[in-house]
Design a protein around this ligand. Structure first.
Ligand code: GZL
Ligand code: ZN
Length: 335
C-alpha cells in the first residue's frame, strides 16, 4: 500500500516559501480560462468532514471566506463525520462536472474507488488537512496540511521534558490516559504514533488507557468520566484535540479535582477555547494545528487548473504554546 509520505524535498513549509510553480511554459497561456465555465470562474466541490470541533469550524470558515474573496464558486458539503456521505458528495461533484474537488478524508482508507472515478472524469483532486492511504498516488494532485506525527512528537517531548513535575501523585510513574481522535483518521493514528515514539525515552511514563472521544467535547468528557471511575492514579491526559481536552476538564472538575494541577493536560489544535483554558491554567501545554488552509487551497487549485507544477505535499507551519505564551498570544488569535 503506497502511503503518501512526507516527501522532505517536496515538502514546502507554508509560511516560509511562496508556492513555487515551475510552470511548464504554461505562462504563455496562463491567462487562459482554467475552468469549464465559459465566464472563467472556477467551480470547486469541497467535501468537509463535519462540524465536530472548534478546529473544524475555523477550517470551514477559512475555506468558505477565501473562495468568496477569490471569486471561486464553492459547492460545500458537511459529511457529519460519515465516510459514506463524503463519498456521495464527491460523486455528486463528479456528476456536476466541477473543475476541481477538494476534501479532508474523515478516515485514511476506502476512497480509492471514488478517486478513480474523479480521475476517469478528468477532475483533479486536492487533499486538505487529512491524508488518505491509496495504492495509486496519482489519484490526487497534492496534500495540504499538518504533519500530525510531528504534532504528537511535540506533545511527547514536552511531557518528557516536564516529567518530574508530571508525576502528580508521586508514585514514581507518570500515568497517562489518552483521548484519541476518530478511529482510522490520519491525525488520530499519527498523533498517537508521534507521542508514543517520544515518551519511550522515559520508561516512567506509561499510557495506561487509550480510547476515542471522536474529537468532540462530549466524547472527551464521557471517556474521561470512565477513566476517572476506573483509575484514581491518573497524572496526565493527552488529548488529540482541544475539544476532547475541554470535555476532560469538565469531567475532572465534576470529580472534585483541579485540571492543570491535580491532573496535567496536553492537547493539540490551539483554538480559542483551548488557548483560554491554557491561559487559565486548566491545560498545561498545547501543540498548534493550523486550520486556516483556505488561501493555500485556492492558490493550489488555480495552479493545478493552470497546469502548473505543485509540490506533492505542502506542510503547514505550526508552533506550540505554554501557559505564559497563551496569555501573550490570545489577543491576536484569529480563531
Ligand atoms: C487536524 C484535524 C482534526 C483536529 C480536530 O488537522 O483533522 O480534526 O485536530 C478536528 O479538532 O476534529
Ligand atoms: Zn504518578
Amino acid at each position: 500500500m503506497v502511503k503518501k509520505t512526507l516527501v522532505a524535498a517536496a515538502a514546502i513549509t507554508l509560511s516560509t516559501f511562496a508556492l513555487s510553480s515551475c510552470g511548464n511554459g504554461s505562462e504563455a497561456d496562463s491567462g487562459s480560462d482554467s475552468s469549464g465555465n465559459d465566464d472563467g470562474t472556477i467551480t470547486m466541490g469541497f467535501a468537509q468532514v463535519g462540524a465536530e470541533s472548534g478546529w473544524r469550524t475555523a477550517n470551514t470558515k477559512s475555506i468558505q471566506e477565501t473562495a468568496e474573496a477569490e471569486g471561486i464558486e464553492l459547492k460545500f458539503n458537511d459529511a457529519q463525520g460519515k465516510q459514506e456521505n463524503q463519498i456521495q458528495a464527491i460523486r455528486s461533484y463528479i456528476q456536476q462536472k466541477v473543475d476541481v474537488i477538494a476534501f479532508s478524508p474523515v478516515v485514511e482508507t476506502g476512497f480509492d474507488a471514488v478517486l478513480q472515478e474523479a480521475k476517469a472524469a478528468g477532475i483533479p483532486v486536492i487533499l486538505t488537512d487529512r491524508a488518505v492511504d491509496v495504492e495509486d498516488p496519482s489519484l490526487y494532485e497534492t496534500f495540504l496540511g499538518s504533519d500530525f506525527v510531528l504534532e504528537g512528537e511535540r506533545a511527547g517531548d514536552w511531557l518528557v521534558e516536564n516529567a518530574k513535575d508530571s508525576d502528580v501523585n508521586g508514585d514514581g510513574t507518570i500515568n497517562v490516559v489518552q483521548l484519541e481522535g476518530t478511529t482510522g483518521a490520519a491525525p488520530a493514528i499519527d498523533r498517537a504514533e508521534g507521542f508514543a515514539s517520544k515518551i519511550s525515552a522515559d520508561d516512567s511514563i506509561e499510557v495506561t488507557a487509550s480510547q476515542t472521544g471522536e474529537f468532540t467535547r462530549d466524547g472527551g468528557k464521557q471517556v474521561m468520566e470512565s477513566f476517572l471511575q476506573s483509575d484514581d492514579s491518573i497524572d496526565v491526559v493527552f488529548a488529540h484535540n482541544d475539544d476532547m481536552g475541554l470535555g476532560a476538564i469538565e469531567a475532572i472538575e465534576a470529580a472534585g479535582l483541579e485540571p492543570g494541577k491535580d491532573i496535567k493536560i496536553i492537547t493539540i489544535d490551539a483554538v480559542k477555547d483551548g488557548m483560554t483554558a491554557l491561559a487559565d491554567g486548566k491545560i498545561n501545554f498545547i501543540v498548534e494545528c493550523n486550520p486556516l488552509l483556505g488561501p493555500q487551497l485556492m492558490d493550489l487549485a488555480k495552479k493545478v487548473l493552470d497546469g502548473e507544477e505543485v509540490p506533492e505535499r505542502v506542510v503547514t507551519d505550526e508552533g506550540t504554546f505554554t501557559q505564559e505564551q497563551a496569555i501573550e498570544a490570545l489577543p491576536q488569535r484569529q480563531y
